[in-house]
Design a protein around this ligand. Structure first.
Ligand code: HEM
Length: 490
């Protein structure tokens, strides 16, 4: 009987023991999870470093401060993300972008030092989406791209053939633009610059392509600066789709040229690469396609943005336009024969024009910064930048700094007249600086100067619609810049 009575008690105790066991396991799991999450958040906020990290915040786990960085601001001024953090932490600070720890530097001395350390303390680096879209695996292929670009778009090519070709193309383009009711200058300039570059790269004709290249490149740029989530409907996904489409088109061009080597007499950049394929083992078909895509992109987007901004700034500053026009009319007056094409020495004589271009580049900050990766721990001002970290050289913060450029948001090309050489060397680098400086810098300046030459000597223009400027953090014109362009009556 006693045993009979004991049975339910034992069962009851067993049940309690099981419940206690289960809740203990549950509690332990929750405790472990809490420890893991706390440790993860602690590690996220306090990354490993052999020394003190620069001040700053690593933002939220996984996404860091990406959302704050890409938040659009409706002004030509420095984006609030940079402005606020420089105020809070000073010119060198840490952050996290898309899960990657980054040091941002707006310190002229440190930037100048870093840009002379390529291959020693730092290496070039691209944001993940850029790398996915523009990747060139090896150092030799990067060197080759630079060499090839300088060969086809550098000073010698400009002097020998590109300037007169540019002038012809610009006369024809502006004639077409002026025949329309109004023109959206940014989009039209993408089409113009990409067509001209395609001729140099593969003797291509993109004018009659079955798709709208300027729309495609607009979406591509949006995607490059978006959060890298590859899901249908996202800007990143659209960007990768466009990348694929343009690459397929380039692949077709390359394969046709490779299949008919007897047609390799165009003397364009593609001929040059195909010849080099026999001696340079890293040049494979895929590399060629990637290189052509990258060049089409860099030759069109940045120059077209600069052209559109110049249109707007000149329309708003009649005194600048007057002096600019006078410089170009003086060039024409000096000529014995008005029909002679624009020459290299005439380009070199355009002092005020080059000041105007500098000023548009300074305010535009087409590339708000560029990247390096630390190859070793780098000490700076008592802090340490850990090996492997990405460093963003925030040139926009230098270009819009009131210590270097008085009244920095004013469009004042005359400021370049007596500017100190040290300010130019350390605080003005729209094309980068040092060994990795943009290989298309001179090409861009010449194309912009030639554009202005044709524009101010033959046309006048007025804005009819749009004109809004947004930085996210790359400069964009969401409603476009719509201008009516009319031929000047002599
Ligand atoms: C307004 C127009 C342009 C701007 C603002 C611009 C800006 C830049 C910047 C900031 C860099 C990075 C420099 C560095 O990492 O130190 C760069 C690199 C480069 N750019 Fe441009 N660029 C422009 C036009 C062009 C054009 C038209 C071409 C081609 C014809 C070009 C070809 C290149 C190449 C090949 C590099 C890599 C150089 C290297 O790593 O050695 N760019 N550009």
């Amino acid at each position: 009987m006693a045993l009979e009575l004991m049975k339910p008690v034992t069962l009851y105790l067993n049940e309690i023991a099981t419940k206690v066991d289960l809740s203990m396991i549950g509690l332990s799991v929750v405790a472990l999870l809490a420890i893991f999450i706390t440790r993860y958040i602690y590690r996220w906020r306090n990354p490993k470093c052999n020394g003190a990290l620069p001040p700053g915040s690593m933002g939220l786990p996984l996404i860091g401060e990406t959302l704050q960085l890409v938040l659009p601001s409706a002004s030509i001024d420095l984006p609030p993300f940079l402005k606020k953090r420089i105020k809070w932490y000073g010119p060198i600070f840490k952050t996290n972008v898309a899960g990657r720890p980054v040091i941002i530097t707006a310190d002229p001395e440190f930037n100048h030092f870093l840009l002379r350390q390529d291959g020693k303390l730092v290496d070039t680096w691209s944001m993940d989406t850029f790398a996915e879209v523009f990747d060139q695996a090896s150092q030799s292929s990067k060197k080759y791209t630079r060499h090839l670009t300088l060969n086809h778009f550098g000073v010698e090519s400009l002097k020998e053939k590109l300037i007169p070709q540019m002038e012809d193309m610009l006369c024809e383009t502006l004639r077409k633009w002026s025949s329309q009711e109004s023109i959206e200058v940014k989009g039209a300039a993408v089409t113009m610059t990409i067509n001209f570059a395609a001729k140099q790269i593969f003797s291509g004709d993109l004018e009659n392509a079955p798709w709208n290249i300027s729309e495609m490149f607009k979406d591509l740029v949006e995607g490059l600066m978006s959060f890298p989530i590859n899901l249908p409907g996202t800007a990143h996904h659209k960007c990768l789709q466009i990348h694929k489409k343009v690459r397929e088109m380039m692949k077709d061009v390359v394969q046709k040229r490779l299949a008919a080597p007897e047609k390799n007499v165009q003397g364009d950049l593609l001929d040059h690469i195909i010849q080099d394929m026999t001696t340079e083992t890293y040049i494979k078909e895929d590399f060629v396609v990637q290189l052509m895509f990258g060049l089409l992109f860099v030759t069109s987007d940045s120059i077209s943005t600069t052209i559109a901004l110049a249109f707007k700034l000149l329309a708003e500053h009649p005194a600048v336009l007057e002096e600019l026009t006078a410089e170009h009319e003086a060039i024409l007056k000096k000529r014995e024969n008005l029909d002679t094409p624009l020459s290299w020495s005439e380009y070199k004589s355009m002092t005020f024009t080059l000041q105007v271009i500098n000023e548009v580049l300074r305010l535009g900050n087409i590339a708000p910064g560029f990247f390096r990766r630390a190859l070793k721990d780098i000490p700076v001002n008592g802090y340490t930048i850990p090996e492997g970290w990405v460093i963003m050289i925030a040139t926009a913060a230098l270009h819009l700094n009131s210590n270097q450029f008085e009244d920095p948001l004013a469009f004042n090309p005359w400021r370049w007249k007596n500017i100190q050489t040290s300010v130019v060397a350390k605080c003005f680098m729209p094309f980068g600086s040092g060994m990795k400086q943009c290989a298309g810098a001179e090409y861009s300046r010449v194309l912009l100067a030639t554009f202005l030459h044709v524009l101010v000597t033959k046309y006048r223009w007025a804005m009819v619609k749009g004109g809004k400027i947004v930085r996210a953090p790359i400069i964009r014109f969401p409603d476009g810049f719509h201008f009516k362009i009319s031929e000047k009556s002599n």
